[in-house]
Design a protein around this ligand. Structure first.
Ligand SMILES: [Zn+2]
Length: 96
């Protein structure tokens, strides 16, 4: 499965999470965290409609998850533990 993040210049990499277990491949990984403030990125990327979007990508299986904005903001301040396993959310299904 391929995910596009639109204009890569506007995607910020925020760093890596602490060790989390990927819900998809069940491996212990450090997810890469990205943010984007575009209101619209790409038709393939359903949850980018407004405000900031935070995206976590599993380095093993490339699954994509999202987290609450307030969790991601805390993470951004350097609190790596702000994002835990229970915070991973499946991206919403594509809406036309
Ligand atoms: Zn995985």
């Amino acid at each position: 499965m391929e995910y596009r993040f639109g204009n890569s210049k506007k995607v910020k990499e925020l760093g890596l999470t602490c060790d989390l277990t990927c819900p998809k491949c069940t491996k212990k990984v450090n997810f890469s965290v990205f943010s984007n403030s575009e209101s619209r990125l790409n038709a393939d990327f359903p949850f980018v409609k407004s405000g900031n979007v935070y995206i976590l990508v599993c380095p093993e299986c490339s699954s994509v998850f999202t987290v609450d904005e307030n969790k991601a903001k805390t993470f951004k301040k350097g609190e790596k533990l702000a994002i835990g396993n229970f915070d991973l959310k499946e991206p919403k299904a594509f809406e036309v």
